[in-house]
Design a protein around this ligand. Sequence first.
Ligand SMILES: *Cc1c(COP(=O)(O)O)cnc(C)c1O
Length: 360
Amino acid sequence: MNTPFDITLLARKNVRQLTPYQSARRLGGNGSVWLNANEYPTAPDFTFNEKNLNRYPECQPVNVINRYAAYAGVQPEQVLVSRGADEAIELLIRAFCEPGKDAVLYCPPTYGMYSVSAETFGVEQRVVPALADWEPDVKAIASQLDNVKLIYLCSPNNPTGNIVDPSLIREVLALAKDKAIVAIDEAYIEFCPQASLVTWLKEYPNLVILRTLSKAFALAGLRCGFALANSPVIELLLKVIAPYPLSTPVADIAAQALTDQGIEAMKQRVTEIVRNRTYLADALKNLPNVEQVYCSETNYILVKFTDADCVFRSLWEQGIILRDQQRQYGLAGCLRISIGTRQECDSVITAIKNRQTANV
Ligand SMILES: *Cc1c(COP(=O)(O)O)cnc(C)c1O
């Protein structure tokens, strides 16, 4: 008998071993209430103005770059626009890390794509767990910096919701001086704009700040993100980016989202989400199976339950999809809940209470 050739044997070793990012969409579920991907719960409205789809788009659409620069308070040459912040995470590895030689460093519990992107490119991962208060362990980082070219710090951190102490980030930047890029992932910064480190770009040539339109701008489906850095770093990233990373409709809608009116609408969404976050956190704190509701500066909250598996499964069955964080470092018993509409917050509380009566 002729056994068919296993085509997967042709793949690179690290790709064969790779577990792809378990995105909220990949995990499935038959939900009516989606609180697992930190999306905004309702869709903003846009019009399509650019009809010239016979033409290739600009690599770096000028309107988007100029408006984001003005919004972020930087110069246009300090902005790179990418297919979501996820692409920028990857571009940094492609531009700075030699596979089999250099390493990236990150501090779990944190966002999963740093690891997935490093693995995809066959770049070593230096994993330095955060301390009990979820601040970076600067001493441990200092002792683990050999061959590290790129350090990812997420602030506010996903999934814990805390802002990283800026004085510790200064220490990391000092350690990385002339050796490594420090990328601060500010995907949720619109929920705590005072915490942005964007003004530090003046002082640090190795600082990169990652941003996105997916969260507070309510455009996760658009796939549009940004890297902010000094122009020598931006120039390097432009060498490795695809020739047409953003389609014409994406650039069109992103430019609309970044008008004064679009930014005002974003700020109103932030106010509403923050109000709902307080409401949901207060209600959760009154439930007997809630051990801790962690402080959050974002559009989600991390909650420690005495019976997290039961809550997760029971809400899943009731059509409410949360994000299970129990396999993350240090997060036993923890689920992450995105802040939805007021009604969705209420349905979470009701569903958790239903689980309790169902369990008695
Ligand atoms: C959502 C998220 C991203 C990805 O943003 P996209 O622009 O949608 O790719 C990056 N970093 C963190 C911490 C996130 O939570």
